[in-house]
Design a protein around this ligand. Sequence first.
Ligand SMILES: Cc1cc2nc3c(=O)[nH]c(=O)nc-3n(C[C@H](O)[C@H](O)[C@H](O)COP(=O)(O)O)c2cc1C
Length: 388
Amino acid sequence: MRAATVMRKAYSVAEMRRLARRTLPRPVFDFADGGAEDERSLRRNESAFEDVQLVPQPLRGAGTRDLSVRLFGSTLSLPLVIGPTGLSGLFWPDGEIAAARAAAKAGIAFCLSHASVCTLEQLAETGAAPRWMQVFVYSDRGFTRELAARAEAAGYDALVLTIDNQMTGNRERDVRNGFTIPPRLGPMEIAAMAAKLPWLWRMRRELKRITFANYVREGEAADLRTLAQRMPGLLDPSMSWSDVEALRKAWNGPLILKGVLSRTEARQALSYGVDGLIVSNHGGRQLDGAVTSLEALPAIAEAVAGRIPVLLDGGVRRGSDILKALALGAQACLIGRPQLWGLAVAGEAGVMQVVDIYCRELDRAMGLSGISRIAEIGPDLIHRPSRF
Ligand SMILES: Cc1cc2nc3c(=O)[nH]c(=O)nc-3n(C[C@H](O)[C@H](O)[C@H](O)COP(=O)(O)O)c2cc1C
């Protein structure tokens, strides 16, 4: 679809999702869209925002609005970060590179997933910044350190340690659709893909070379099947604070924990020298039944008491959702699926459109609430009915 058409048709994140659903083969769409088991956390991530109501004060006067924020030493044009999503290259050729370029043009940060189709060095070559690198604690601790060292050498601005993926979540849509990594190419799968010809045509060369590029080692098999089989053995559910301590020593820049939902862990993070927290249940893709990030946020913000930035991830679908998250104590929000929907529809232009939607909606929500600057967003914006 041409960029101009996308602009016209994708006027909201929900519409972008609808267009992505039409564009992608069902198993690929569901791979991104789905959550774990009964998808309770996934649904509640979004619906939690419905339970929060805003109290505008229009007479404060907000003739002009400044949406910019400072985060980990960089200025962002709005408090939004593109979160790490593995295999973005399945949605658009060189998907990670397209999304990072869009983020840089829009003036926001981009976080590369450990499971990117390009290497972290290839992404860095685009010059897109600020760029963050996401890693796990691996059973081979040396590999975690190796990725951190590579990220440092490639000039990444922050390291994100995801702590809620120590085992892979049970994503039943993938089971139902027979979706595997790498995509199986049996008659059913080919039929599903053939029904989405523009995507298949775009991806005809890419599908063969999709892999977890950061994991490829010289002299080892580089194909996705071999790497995907190795992956569960790489993860380590016995990870602990000593691993955070070790990574703190190995990485000099900002170290951010992603997947924090407990106020106890938030408090502990401070004593381990962590520089930022991402309140997240992994978009409902890991522990189904985990508390929604928005509901976990206030206690974590209180525990941290402004000493380090707290970011909110999961279910952010409107600019006003960013406003709500900030009023409840976040400094910025991350988006996962929405940028993948933009990518699927129009590559870099689609991601730019998604960021632009959030920007325009946040600007309007601030204007209607009587807020001129991000720093003015506070708890007084939240309706607290006496019945609660
Ligand atoms: C297809 C897909 C792949 C993901 N891969 C990763 C990953 O590699 N590392 C990670 O920390 N989070 C990963 N996530 C989780 C996102 O970073 C983020 O937490 C989640 O999507 C936020 O929810 P949202 O999609 O409602 O914005 C992935 C999410 C999706 C949808």
